[in-house]
Design a protein around this ligand. Sequence first.
Ligand code: ADP
Ligand code: MG
Length: 323
Amino acid sequence: MPIDMRRKHVSGRTLAVLLAALLLAGCGAPREARAKTVFAMDTVMNLSAYGKSADAALEAAEREIYRLDAMLARGVEGSAVYACNHGAAPEGELAELLALAEEIGAAADGAFDPYLGGVLDLWGFGSGAGEHRVPTETELSEAPRLLDLGGVAKGYAGQRVCDILREGGATGAVVDLGGDVALFGQKPDGSAWRVAVKDPAGGAYLGVLESEGGRYIATSGVYERFFEQNGVRYHHILDPRTGRPAESGLVSATVICESGVWADALATAVCVMGAEQALQMRAALAETTPFDVILVTADGRVLYTCEGFAPDAGNGYACERVF
Ligand code: ADP
Ligand code: MG
């Protein structure tokens, strides 16, 4: 995918990790994937679907993405999230999504917080598109608690897109939401989906993940959006406890889960909490919300829990399966 179109705010080659879906071509025309590109949620989305009515299903999925973008865009007057930040009570679908985001925040011991909007704005990472700058401690402690569902928007969109593709008669799909990937159904030849996990440092792939359908693969990384001031780099994943960019020893976290919302939020939370706490949380949630992780540490290691991940031998990292 056109990597440098992904984020307007990102300078040059900072966009290091993307999950690129490797669609293994089927044989014969009816088995080919139909594809659609959608610009929404500040990113480029690539949807590929199999099945006889795939084209119509993709049209419906595109409309759904625009609907969700309009609902969740915090900075857009008239969006449901904007209304909530101006006194309205969350209702219906938004209230449900918010309740889930709060539940995940609690499960992550506060490392994920859907009310970081005011703090994000101070750093210029908010939807107000303010200047990037380092806020003072006083500003941070006085920041208003504003609803910001940027940490779950793509995961929720991925879930809804898969629902709509299913309802529309698609038999299988790879939905790439600007690096986060939703896998739905089956490939025509019945083989596993294969997703290439890219290296946050750029260059080659970390490895390939093989997965069945019904999985969401979300990645958060501290390289995705950042600015520099006086030679110090400040990135967009904030530790809710300090209001400052997380310093957990992780460069990126990929979370694989049956729920898109959980995968998306946990990827952010894991970046905040670090490897050790992430593995503890994984054990604690094993019964209710099983998930896998692929973690890249600042000291050059890749730690992964999933059986289906095959690290690339030449990726330059010390790779280790952990539990
Ligand atoms: P991206 O949207 O670039 O894929 P993520 O999925 O990692 O990035 O989501 C990060 C977004 O979530 C930020 O842009 C911000 O809106 C919000 N955010 C940052 N830190 C947190 C946090 N600790 N808890 C909840 N949301 C956060
Ligand atoms: Mg995310």
